[in-house]
Design a protein around this ligand. Sequence first.
Ligand SMILES: Nc1ncnc2c1ncn2[C@@H]1O[C@H](COP(=O)(O)OP(=O)(O)O)[C@@H](O)[C@H]1O
Ligand SMILES: [Mg+2]
Length: 260
Amino acid sequence: MTALLDVIGLSGGYEPVQIFKDVTLSVERGACVGFFGPNGHGKTTLMKTLSGIIDPWAGRIVFEGEDLAAEGERKTRRSRNLNYDVLVRRRMDPKRVARAGLIHVAQGSTLFPDMTVAEILSIAPAPALAGGRESDEGSVLQLFPRLKERMHSKSRFLSGGERQMLSMACGLLAAPKLLILDEPTLGLSPKLRLELAGAVHTIRESGVPIILVDQDVEFLRDLVGTLNVFDHGSISRRLSQSDIPDHETLMAELFGRRVQ
Ligand SMILES: Nc1ncnc2c1ncn2[C@@H]1O[C@H](COP(=O)(O)OP(=O)(O)O)[C@@H](O)[C@H]1O
Ligand SMILES: [Mg+2]
């Protein structure tokens, strides 16, 4: 049986600047794969490419045997001239990717600021699961009880941690076959970090495969089977769980020892 996700020779970026190159990666069914690396080296750009938000330049993204990066029919308007449209053929269609079950919870807040928590949950694209919509919403709210108390607050009044919880709740409602979490604990207070980390553990225990990007090696080490160290736009090291050192050792290996 093939892997759940096979990424082969993937390159991409923001034209004309290439951000990552020749990334090859496999995620097995039931696995949790981590990404760790310095800021600005292309992790988020790679995740956006996996979910079709931006088009890959080269390579293949095979999810459950289907090549999501095959040249498609979808066209997007790219015009620098008001007098005519330039239509560019997109290789990937993010809706098709989401429908296939590859769900990306983006880095930072990407919610509608003037909608309430209840409204945002109600428009989250959720396939009809066995339990029905209400029961699915009930179970994600069990995972994030804090959201229950904020149901009628507009998302712009939520704290960073609450927004992250709401984004993850929307992602879970979509019944992911593979969940991409891009820095879910970024910028949170220690208390909220713990809460969020606990939720990621629970999601993991429920068997959802995850690609987890984070800056906290200890958090990653508890969860992932493989850790990809990502710098300068490519995977420079692949560590299996038992080989992942503690945060300080890994940082020292990557950037050299600090002068005492
Ligand atoms: N929308 C964008 N347009 C152009 N360049 C971008 C855009 N978003 C990010 N970049 C650049 O791409 C590089 C990689 O950024 P990013 O993928 O966010 O890295 P990471 O997630 O590892 O911190 C950075 O140099 C950043 O400035
Ligand atoms: Mg990032």
